[in-house]
Design a protein around this ligand. Sequence first.
Ligand code: NAD
Length: 509
Amino acid sequence: MTKNISAASSGKVPGLDPVPIFIGGKWSVPQTEKTSPVYNPSTGEVIAQTPMCGLEIVDQAVKDAHRAFADWSETPPVERCRILFRYKMLLEEEFEPLARRICREHGKNIAEARGDLRRGIEVVEYACGIPELLKGEVLENVARGIDCEMVRQAHGVCVGICPYNFPALVPMWMFPLAIACGNTFILKLSEKVPLTGIRLIQLLEKAGLPPGVLNVVHGGRECVDALLTHPLVRAISFVGSSPVAKYIFEKGTQHGKRVQAAGGAKNYVFVLPDADFDNSVTGLVDAAFGCSGQRCMAGSTAVTIGKAAERLMGPLSKAVGSIEVGPTDREHGARMGAVISSEHLVRVSRLIESGVKEGASLVVDGRGVKVKEAPQGFYLGPTIVDRVNAKMEIAREEVFGPVLNIMRFEDLDAAIEMANLTPFGNGACIYTQSGKAAREFKHRIKAGMVGINVGVPAPLAYFPFSGWDDSFFGDLHLQGKEAILFYTRAKVTTTRWFRHGEGDIWHKD
Ligand code: NAD
C-alpha cells in the first residue's frame, strides 16, 4: 500500500542511492509502507531501497501518460526520431558510467555490462528509423476507382515490466520502440535493479522527451496488478520467469490488453564428435557461465553425442578451472561475478544438491567458493554436473545460475527428442562440422532461436526475440518488426471519389 504520494521527497537517505518514481516529468521518492532492498551483489551491501508502489501511484502515472498521449501521438515521427537520436548520443557519452552502474547493482562483469548496454543502444538505433518502419501500405483500384490504404496507429498507454538480469537491455527492448510508435509508456523496473533504468530515463528526459510520455513506477505484485487491470492501459510487455509471464498474459488479456510476455528457458548446446572442440569449449563456457548463468539464453545443458563427451570433458574442466570469481564493482573486476541475492545463491546450491542426490556426478563444485576481499558477496563458482538425465529436477528446472549440466547421448535423434520434451522453447545451438547434422538440428529442434557453431544466440535489435512455448506467451515478440506491429494497430481505409455525374448518390439532380 502506498501511504501518501504527496509526501514524496528527494528521497536522500545517507549512504543509500535514491530510487525515485517519475510521473508527469517530475522525479520524487514516494513514502510507501513497503520497500525492497537493492544489493551490491559483489559485497552483499544494501545500496538502495526500492519503494513498492500501489494503486494510487500507478493510477496517477497512467492518467498522466494518458494525458500526454494526445499530443505525443500527433507529434511527427521524424520529431520523435530526433529525440531518439539525441538520446543515443547521450547514452554513448555516458556509456562507461552506465556500464559501471550495471556491475554495481547486478554483479555481472564489466564486459557483460557493456554488452547489456550496447545491445540496448542498438534498439534505440533501430527505433531511430521509425519514419520508415511506420509506413503503411496502399493499393489503388481494389475495385474500379476505389483505393485502399492501411496505416498503423499507436495504442495509447503501454506498460513494460522488467526482470533483474539485464538492467539496461530489457527496458530498452520496450520503451524506445513503444514511444517511437507514438505511445506513451509506464516502465516498471525490477525492484532488484532499479538504478540503471532510472539513469536511462533521466538521459531520455535530457534528450527532450516531453513530460508524461514516459513514466517510471516501482513495486511487486500489487503494482503489477494495478497496471494489468487499469482501464487506460492498452498494451503490456513483460519479461521475467515463466510462471509470472503466464500470469501476466492471462490476467492482462482477460482485461482486454494486448500482451507479449517472455518467460524462462532451458537451452541445450549440442556437441557432436566432429565439432571444432577449441571453439566449442569457448562457446560453451561463455554460454553457461556468462553473467553467472543468469541469462534467458544461458546454455545451461551440454548434450554430447557419442565420443564428443570424452573429447569435451578434459578441456572444459580446465577452462572452467581458470575462471576467477570475485567482485566486479571495481576497476579490475573478476571474470565471473556474484549472483543477484543470498536467496538465489541458496536456491541454486539446493538444485545442485538435488542433482547429486538423484545420481548425477559433480565434476566441478562451485559451492563454498571463498572470495577473500568480499566475504559477504553472493558468490557461487562455476559448477559442472555430469550424467544428468531428463527426469532429474536440475534437468527440468530453469537453474539460472553458473551451473552446466552434461547429458550424454549416443545418437542425435534421441537427443533431439529429449530436448524437445522441455516445456520451454527459447534457444538451442549445435557445434558440428556436418551440414547435414546442422540442418537436421535446425529444422527439428523445438526452440525459437537457434545457433550453429555460435553458442546460444540472442538476436540483434532488428530481429524478433522469438521464444516459443513456455518461454513466450503471446503472438508478437519483442524487438524488430514484430515489436512495431505489437506497439501499433492497423487502420484500413477504403476510399472512393466520384467523378461528377458518375453514380454520385449525394448529388443526383
Ligand atoms: P521474475 O518473474 O521474478 O520478475 C520479473 C518481474 O515481474 C519483476 O518486475 C517483478 O517485480 C515482477 N513480479 C515478480 N513476481 C510477480 C508476481 N507474482 N506478480 C506480478 N509481478 C511479479 O523474474 P526475475 O527473477 O526478475 O528474472 C529472471 C527470469 O527472467 C528468468 O526466468 C529468465 O529466464 C527470465 N528472462 C527471460 C527473458 C526472455 O527474453 N525470455 C529475458 C530475460 C530474463
